[in-house]
Design a protein around this ligand. Structure first.
Ligand SMILES: [Mg+2]
Length: 349
């Protein structure tokens, strides 16, 4: 099995600001696995969406892949021996974005070999795919108005609003007045102290907010998390607090919902395990993303019928996604019956 990869630069339609900072362009690493099965050659595509916040960057992903190629980790491998694939990919520590880039490509490859779209290979029912939200980053009032109008013009009915600035309440009131029918969720990206969180959550409860994502600063005490969990009139969702399987049990004590992303989980295999664990603990589940192309968005979209919510607008926020596959009608996820991820290109590197 041959691994190749390349970095591409993604342009954002609007500058994107959250409580931790602002960006205008984003880089991502695209992976391709080439494999001959029963005499026929197949290509599987993946994506490593690295994030400095989670300790990964272009260099660390590239180093991990060089190591895999140099040490022949993917040589003489049985494509359908999941246990062995997991052992080999797991043999390089950490590097969850890099692992996701490989894991997604392996799933794409296996589904293509079997002649199935990925959602069928995963056993999900495409008629159960949820609608995705569209993210409104932190911005001045004029930009917010423009973004909300763009979202409504495109028939997006669920807005996810980034909070964590001094204008939070005013920004949300503006958005609610522009979009009285929309479902609105908010995400503080771990910006608030307990006192700031409970005060703002009390102020916004009359604005019909569906849930609040990661309200507290990550160094908050367990007492603060527990108190907010019991006092908040709006359900709380874990994102930065919930990276992998081992985090879920703790999250079930302080949150009502969890948000999984391929960058954090290391791929489809771990995300599937996390979905089962979260279900067992009665947590509601959202699948989320960073700014990323339709390769990794399609991977999560294929899992989306298994969960409650989707925040898979990463490619909708781009102005130059090279991998088009008509995944959305408005904000409804529409899974195609093309093979694998549904990216209809023979080879991409
Ligand atoms: Mg979040």
């Amino acid at each position: 099995m041959k691994l190749t990869y390349k970095t591409i630069e993604l342009d954002l339609e609007f500058p994107f600001r959250i409580s931790r900072g602002e960006k205008f362009v984003s880089k991502t690493i695209i992976t391709q696995l080439e494999h001959t099965y029963n005499g026929q050659t197949y290509f599987g595509f993946g994506e490593a969406v690295f994030s400095e916040f989670y300790g990964e960057n272009e260099d660390s992903v590239s180093k991990a892949y060089k190591h895999i190629i140099k040490d022949g980790i993917l040589q003489n491998i049985d494509l359908f021996n999941e246990q062995e694939l997991q052992r080999r990919i797991g043999s390089f520590g950490g590097n969850y974005a890099a692992k996701a880039g490989l894991n997604i490509a392996l799933y794409d490859l296996r589904a293509k070999v079997l002649g199935l779209p990925l959602y069928k290979f995963l056993g999900s029912d495409k008629t159960k795919a949820p609608q995705s939200s569209y993210t409104i980053g932190i911005a001045d009032k004029e930009t917010i108005v423009q973004k909300v109008k763009t979202a409504l013009d495109r028939n997006y009915k669920i807005l996810k609003v980034k909070l964590g600035s001094s204008e939070d309440l005013e920004m949300l009131k503006t958005i609610r007045s522009l979009a009285p029918q929309a479902t609105i969720r908010v995400d503080a990206n771990a910006a608030w102290t307990y006192d700031e969180a409970i005060e703002l959550i009390d102020e916004i409860k009359s604005l019909d907010i569906e849930f609040v994502e990661e309200p507290l600063k990550l160094d908050s005490s367990e007492e603060a998390y527990e108190k907010l969990f019991h006092k908040s009139p709006i359900p709380l969702m874990a994102d930065e607090s919930c990276k992998r399987l081992a985090d879920i049990e703790k999250c079930s004590k302080y949150f009502h919902m969890v948000n999984f992303k391929l960058t954090k989980t290391g791929g489809i295999s771990e995300t599937l395990r996390m979905i089962h664990a979260a279900r067992a603990l009665d947590l509601r589940i959202m699948l989320g993303c960073f700014t990323e192309t339709n390769i990794s968005i399609s991977a999560m979209a294929s899992l989306s019928p298994l969960v409650d919510y989707a925040d898979l607008d990463g490619s909708l926020l781009l102005s130059n996604d090279p991998y088009q596959n008509q995944l959305f009608q408005g904000n409804q996820i529409c899974l195609s019956d093309k093979l694998g991820l549904g990216i209809d290109l023979p080879s991409i590197i």
